[in-house]
Design a protein around this ligand. Sequence first.
Ligand SMILES: [Zn+2]
Length: 595
Amino acid sequence: MTSDIEEIKSRLNIVDVVSSYIKLEKAGINYRARCPFHSEKSPSFFVSPARQTWHCFGGCSEGGDMFKFVMKIEGVDFPDALKMLAQKAGVRLKIQGKEWEQTKTERQLMISICEASCKFYETQLKKSKTGEEVKEYLLKRGMKEETINEWRLGYAPSVWQGLSDFLIGQGYEKEDIVKAGLASKKDSQRIFDRFRGRIMFPIFDFNSQVIGFTGRIFGKNDDEAKYLNVPNTLLYDKSRALYGMDKAKMEIRQNDFCVLVEGNVDCIMSHQAGIKNCIAVSGTALTPIHLGIIKRYSSNLVLAFDMDLAGNNATKKGIDLALKNGFDVKVIPIVEEKDPADIVLLEGDEKWKELISNAKPINEFYFNLALKGRDVNDLESKKQIVKNLLPIFKKIANNIEQSYWIENLSHKLKIKEEDIRSEMKKINVEESSFEDVKLIEREKKTRKDLLEESLLTVLLIDGSKSSLIEESDIDELSPLAKDVILLIKEKPDISFEEINKALGNSSEIVNLLSYVAISSELMKDSDIKIDEEWNKCLMELRMLKGKKDRGDLSQQIKDLEKEGAFDKIKELLDKFNSLIKKDEENKKEDKSKNN
Ligand SMILES: [Zn+2]
């Protein structure tokens, strides 16, 4: 592993790695750019080719090597950054002497099934008779041949066991094909294809690996849904998938805004028209996770949503969520049932570009939407317009902007401003529905997750330390971590394979172990002292345990209070206080140990 990291570092230049994401300028012997991790006007982000490091001297003071850079900019953990850079460098990774490829996790198996399926569908599009017709249809819709190839569009033949037979022939198990979301189980023996008679759009992850599909009906099967997605699988999760993100991410960062459309075809046509900072949320409303992903690249959103849909609750909620999380939102009003793909096809690339540059700020859009088709002189209409707009005005944080819109409305409806204001005071904007959905920048590990990882890392380097852990110490850890620790206690020099086998080879254990394997290799290689790390872990464990014990005690005390058993309470209170005292002593002791 260590040698792999060195190998990657020796083959790649940090200047090339960084400049594949942001534009670098030469500054003496170094390179300089505006920091991608905080917003700044003058460039204070430096890359040193001599030291193969980067550092921000501005607001965030971040810095590190190429791995750290990729982790931060892609928002991934070390193992994924390692995989990305290994691929770039053409290095085949080894874990504990085995090639990474051979230690296939369930995730990697799913990826290889999806990739094989994608090739199958592509071939069907090119070689089969109906495939020809599909291609004809796509070309007629304005898609260029190179676009079809770039987005790897395909065709799923209208048979029950086309793809499944192909995959079984390639040696994949029926069960795994079902797990990948590509087939359903008919009975204990047979499976049948999920996608039949459909144009296939592969869905890619950030590294352009196929993780799922959307199928659009082709032909006369009118009774079936027009669009069909894979179900949520180990790879695909519709609350986080953003169609086209792999191709759009760097464009979004460079242009500092993201165009969001509704359909896959809209997204593809926008890219073909030269607007490549475009992604689609297919068939679902914007989620906090989507927004968190987009925010890594830009906090400016341009929405190209259907006018009528923009009024619907799911869309509104998504927009509100974006605003609440500091996005600047603009809207391209799409009218007359013309979606972005139609605009590109019928009115050309330039028209689409023009619409984007004329996108309206969200409040202006809502304002026009509320007035649209209503008679501003009619009393009932006036009331309706005010009713629609006040909750939106009330949420505007900037007073000047709020006044601007109130004034505007008063002028349009010929109503006094003060009347609008006093009506606005009466309404309650329900904030509560958003409090529970906080924006997730990325899945944050809890303190307990981190503890488990470092504990396992230390124990896998030095298993003999496990003799110092009592079973009751690890009561509060997750069952999986607990199982691993107990195995190490039993056999301090246990190998990864043995742990893996003992715990049934599940994907959770493989993922946990490959993560821990890498961090233990890194720890051996770095300045972190194993004993210090060990002491920190023990302290955390004791604190976790102490918290649990105190919780139990205070519950017992409450129960006794209810019963009125005051004589017993005294005893428990003393116990409680001594626990707190012990906890403080532990902290002091740990402090002196670490100093
Ligand atoms: Zn910075």
